[in-house]
Design a protein around this ligand. Structure first.
Ligand SMILES: Nc1ncnc2c1ncn2[C@@H]1O[C@H](COP(=O)(O)OP(=O)(O)O)[C@@H](O)[C@H]1O
Ligand SMILES: [Mg+2]
Length: 324
């Protein structure tokens, strides 16, 4: 389980701190595909970095922490921010945004696999034996073990992404974080990658956290999801419920803007732009774009709370309108 407790983080820049993620409080469960959605720049990658514990200058955690806990091979474990990196590969792994760049283009993939598998997992094994395990794993994923002899530049973008996912899941970590794993790939390849991720999650019964700005990706593969806006999670719950009955005005507008089968009407985006994180408006950060905003919305930050069983949202209007 990944527990995010009261978490805020900033980038320290020459002209002052930019508070990117603010007061996040939620849990990602075992054995689920959890989605993180939101427009570009809302802080998804930053959140994922704090989950994986690659918090390096200029990024700093201002308050709160992340706790990664669970059980592997019958042994319980628990790590919090600052210690999570001890559990990299074994308990948690990360497919970064633009992951293509994590592979060295001029080093054969077999060497890159060997180098990333922790020493304690390879002891009592010759290099050939480790590679045989890797080859078997690739075959299980319907990938040709021949790729191990290739250099990354020889592979297509989709194939490279598959290899990176294979690398990230080889140690069967409890949690796999994937940042925009299908962005920049064509639709058919995207579909293949999503199927691969789903299949792996089913096989390992682990937690897959998938970040995407594309609501279609969340609809297709996530069980639960969080919607981020300007550094905050503004709604969280079962994916299907969120699509059927979004409660936050921002989510309502996001869902309304999605194309539907058979519907030929022109979809309009959400007017306006997200606020600059450097100088956010007081109160609800969505208020300047929210058609329902009141004076209270413009002055008081709404609390993120459970508005009905399993559904969390941060919006003042939910008190009045829905009687929640
Ligand atoms: N190294 C950095 N220094 C300063 N600001 C940054 C840095 N990286 C990201 N940001 C800012 O943090 C905000 C969130 O970025 P990011 O987490 O990458 O969003 P997303 O993944 O949702 O597109 C953006 O406004 C971005 O400009
Ligand atoms: Mg990003």
């Amino acid at each position: 389980m990944l527990k995010v407790e009261n978490l805020s983080a900033s980038y320290q820049t020459i002209d002052g701190d930019v508070h990117v993620i603010k007061d996040l409080d939620f849990e990602i469960r075992d054995n689920e595909i959890f989605g993180i959605a939101g427009e570009s720049g809302c802080g998804k990658t930053t959140l994922l970095k704090t989950l994986y514990d690659i918090v390096e200058f200029p990024l700093v955690i201002d308050q709160g922490k992340v706790i990664l806990s669970g059980e592997k091979n019958g042994k319980p474990f628990s790590y919090e921010s600052g210690q999570i990196r001890k559990s990299w590969w074994n308990n948690i792994s990360y497919v970064p945004q633009a992951a293509q760049s994590v592979l060295n283009p001029i080093v054969r993939l077999k060497k890159q696999f060997l180098d990333s598998i922790p020493a304690e997992d390879k002891k009592n094994e010759t290099e050939e034996q480790t590679l045989a395990r890797v080859a078997k794993y690739l075959e299980d994923l319907s990938l040709s073990p021949d790729v191990l002899e290739s250099y990354p530049f020889q592979l297509s973008g989709g194939m490279r992404q598959r290899v990176i996912i294979a690398l990230a899941t080889f140690m069967s970590p409890n949690v796999v974080l994937a940042d925009e794993p299908t962005t920049a790939l064509d639709v058919v390849v995207q579909r293949g990658i999503l199927m691969m991720l789903m299949r792996l999650q089913k096989q390992f019964k682990n937690t897959l956290v998938i970040v995407s700005h594309d609501m279609g990706v969340h609809y297709q593969i996530t069980n639960r999801m969080a919607i981020m806006y300007s550094g905050s999670v503004i709604e969280l719950g079962d994916t299907e419920d969120i699509f059927n009955d979004p409660v936050h005005p921002y989510t309502q507008m996001l869902v309304a803007a999605l194309p539907r089968v058979g519907d030929k009407s022109q979809k309009v985006g959400i007017p306006g732009r997200p606020p600059a994180l450097k100088n956010p408006p007081p109160g609800c950060r969505f208020a300047p774009r929210c058609p329902k905003a009141t004076d209270r919305c413009r002055s008081e930050v709404p609390k993120f709370r459970e508005v009905k069983p399993g559904r969390f949202a941060a919006c003042h209007l939910l008190n009045e309108e829905v009687g929640l």
